[in-house]
Design a protein around this ligand. Structure first.
Ligand code: SF4
Ligand code: SF4
Length: 375
């Protein structure tokens, strides 16, 4: 296992972190998963107030005993932004109680996703006051935020200088947040990548086309290598449902950071394939927004790109069905809400027929409604 400095927290975290949103089958399963992760070298465990019984099960595992000293495991919990300090004070107390801890190494503001959340964390006497009190009395050591927000909000949150680390989405198949990675690096913040296996493309069940293109590597392995070859990134979350699911990710935990010539060849093959396929490819410039119907045009067309180029229809459906169903975690209306008003058309440098492509995306990707893994 390799370890990297988590930005200005100065913690040295394993390049994989244990995410604890899926180990909830039983307290025993949680204990075995945590135990195995630590034995395999993971020294960062991440939970959240919102992950069902995750904090509680983790607290029980801590009470039974971890395989190493408490000081050798870095523990993060996450709490949603609140409009006032009192609610945050109560939430911090409740998390520490469930975890049976007197401090957490890191507290993440969970889901700083909207301008309203941004204003809550910026407000004097707001939720950050409670966080700063907890830092002052030693119950919290470091503070950061996790986000599913549009890039503009992420950059604004980084620029507040309130945070020491950021948890965000960034993958080979989703590089929209590249500027946020760079800004976080310039601010000496730790960078934690959320769920590369699942949000990165459901890469644990890749379609045959993608598998063939990635050969001799697996698509999941390549995504991990894409991320870990970037020295600005500290750690990647892996969220096993049971201990055996730790095996595949940790195969690359000791790899040399730099990409090998063979890996570069495969990434080039993926690029060439996307260019060669007739996809009416959206270049993800985001110039078409805003849409008066609040359709997230670039994200809909990214999912379409992936379905057309790499047969990633299953992943596209999973994400597309969250539109209109996941609130601020995945905002935007479905593509069939397009009224063909034409406002977006002159803004598209690729001259795409956006309404037609949206309709095609809807036909390919719509189905029964999706739901988030946790609430
Ligand atoms: S044409 Fe459709 S997608 Fe484009 S701005 Fe109008 S409603 Fe939105
Ligand atoms: S303007 Fe065109 S190319 Fe750019 S994101 Fe929108 S649809 Fe894609």
């Amino acid at each position: 296992m390799q370890y990297r400095r988590f930005g200005k927290t100065n913690l040295r975290l394993s390049v994989f972190s244990l995410g604890t949103m899926r180990y909830l089958a039983s307290p025993e399963n949680a204990w075995h998963t945590i135990h195995k992760a630590i034995v395999l070298g993971i020294n960062h465990v991440e939970t959240a107030r919102g992950y069902g019984k995750s904090e509680e099960y983790f607290g029980e595992a801590i009470a039974v005993g971890l395989p190493v000293k408490r000081s050798q495991v870095h523990i993060t919990t996450k709490i949603p932004p609140t409009p006032d300090a009192d609610t945050m004070r109560r939430y911090i107390d409740e998390s520490l109680e469930r975890l049976k801890l007197d401090y957490v190494d890191c507290l993440g503001i969970h889901g700083l996703n909207t301008w309203e959340h941004f204003n809550w964390v910026k407000a004097k006497g707001g939720c950050m006051q409670a966080v700063h009190e907890a830092i002052a009395d030693g119950r919290v050591r470091h503070v950061g935020f996790s986000t599913h927000a549009p890039l503009e909000i992420i950059l604004a949150a980084i620029n507040t200088d309130l945070f020491e680390f950021v948890n965000l989405h960034y993958y080979y198949f989703f590089q929209r947040n590249a500027e946020a990675i760079q800004r976080a690096f310039e601010k000496d913040m730790g960078v934690f990548i959320i769920s590369p296996a699942d949000k990165g493309g459901r890469l644990y069940t890749p379609p045959q086309t993608l598998k063939d293109l990635c050969h001799p590597f697996s698509p999941l392995e390549l995504n991990y290598r894409f991320l870990l070859s970037d020295p600005r990134i500290t750690t990647l979350s892996t969220g096993p449902a049971h201990p055996d699911e730790l095996t595949e990710p940790l195969q690359v935990a000791d790899s040399e950071p730099e990409l090998t010539p063979e890996e570069r060849t495969v990434f080039q093959r993926l690029e060439n394939h996307q260019k060669a396929v007739e996809t009416d490819k959206c270049s993800q410039c985001y110039a078409c927004l805003p849409c008066p119907e609040n359709i997230n045009i670039p994200e809909v067309l990214r999912l379409r790109n992936l379905a057309v180029a790499y047969d990633m229809t299953d992943f596209g459906q999973y994400r597309y069905r969250m539109f209109e169903n996941a609130g601020h975690w995945f905002p935007g209306m479905k593509a069939n809400r397009c009224t063909e008003c034409g406002e977006c058309l002159p803004r598209c440098p690729e001259n795409l027929d956006i309404p037609a492509l949206l309709q095609d995306a809807h036909n390919r990707l719509n189905g029964s409604s999706g739901r988030r893994l946790w609430s």
